[in-house]
Design a protein around this ligand. Sequence first.
Ligand SMILES: O=P(O)(O)OC[C@H]1O[C@H](OP(=O)(O)OP(=O)(O)O)[C@H](O)[C@@H]1O
Ligand SMILES: Nc1ncnc2[nH]cnc12
Length: 260
Amino acid sequence: MTHKTALLCSTNSSSFSPTGASAAAIRLRAGAPSTPTRISASFPLQLPSISSHLSRSATSPIRSSASHSVGEEEEDREMASEDGQDLRIARIASAIRVIPNFPKPGIMFQDITTLLLDTKAFKDTIDLFVERYKDKNISVVAGIEARGFIFGPPIALAIGAKFVPMRKPNKLPGEVISEEYSLEYGTDKMEMHVGAVEAGERALVIDDLIATGGTLSAAIRLLERVGVEVVECACVIELPELKGRERLGDKPLFVLVNAA
Ligand SMILES: O=P(O)(O)OC[C@H]1O[C@H](OP(=O)(O)OP(=O)(O)O)[C@H](O)[C@@H]1O
Ligand SMILES: Nc1ncnc2[nH]cnc12
């Protein structure tokens, strides 16, 4: 399996009006994964040579960004709307590293730990989700272990929702309900504490990545079993070749970066 880098901000949702990143809906081809990523410290950058900026390397660490002023952030948004593209998404895509053959041969592993090293790209990631979900009356952000625990809590705090961890088996100490699911490379089980959510609540499900969609569908099933309305699922990265979006049926999915 090969996943070249592409970039996208997309949703299959008809329930939300596109705003910010989703309105940009940009898709850019990237260079070869072996080309080192270089991000200009004087962001916002100009986009004409964006393909080369989006190359990601398994061996070249991403540079941590200098602090970004409020004025610069506003400038990013203005440029984004002028170009019809959201420069924040380009930077996020650039900050994700691809490691071939991890955890086993044939898998192009999308490594978000390098995104976490880039303070601006990490903040932009959270901001883009918060901008989308802040006025959607969401009371629960359900984060999927392990990497949904990185993105979910800051989003939950910012939109005034509680955070509910969806965990691997035998990790939660209280009474749980569970769902089994299949993965791109194996099978697993997901558990949620009984009583963490109530029937009628509105939930957002967050993870770093959708591959086959097995993980997100298990989370949706767990929440819906107890009467929660899953408003949307959101991921930083989608692997569209694996058609996980189809496995979610009509459930809306919002992603920032498309690793095509
Ligand atoms: O769409 P799917 O095919 O279900 O795959 C996506 C899931 O796979 C990865 O997690 P993983 O199961 O590797 O667990 P980890 O985050 O604990 O490493 C990823 O973080 C998603 O949760
Ligand atoms: N290619 C991939 N990269 C990172 N996480 C994954 N989970 C399933 N497939 C993955």
